[in-house]
Design a protein. Sequence first.
Length: 113
Amino acid sequence: MQAQVPFDKRLKRIVRRHDKMSNGVVKSINSDGLIVAKPRLYRPRFPLKGLLAVLFLGFLFKGFLFAYLGEAEYVERVAALEGGSVLEQAGAWIMQPDPVTVMAAGGIGTILP
């Protein structure tokens, strides 16, 4: 029974490695010239970094508009959007001033003339 345990552990390790390699392999050459196949690293299918970059740029754009137009004009324009079509109402909901927008506008306001 003792010899069976290491065999099962080795078999489980081999099966796990085989499952990882079923997604693809990367072959590399060691310093001694041996070609070794390693499993390709898993990367998420959804580009999370791209989504975060779009969100960051969106808040930056809102902050720029808030700083450039001023609070009263910005709120007035968002209120005008709220009375429009469904798409304009969705835009008004997205463009309403939030704490991140106000904070970004404070930083951008120091740069704008």
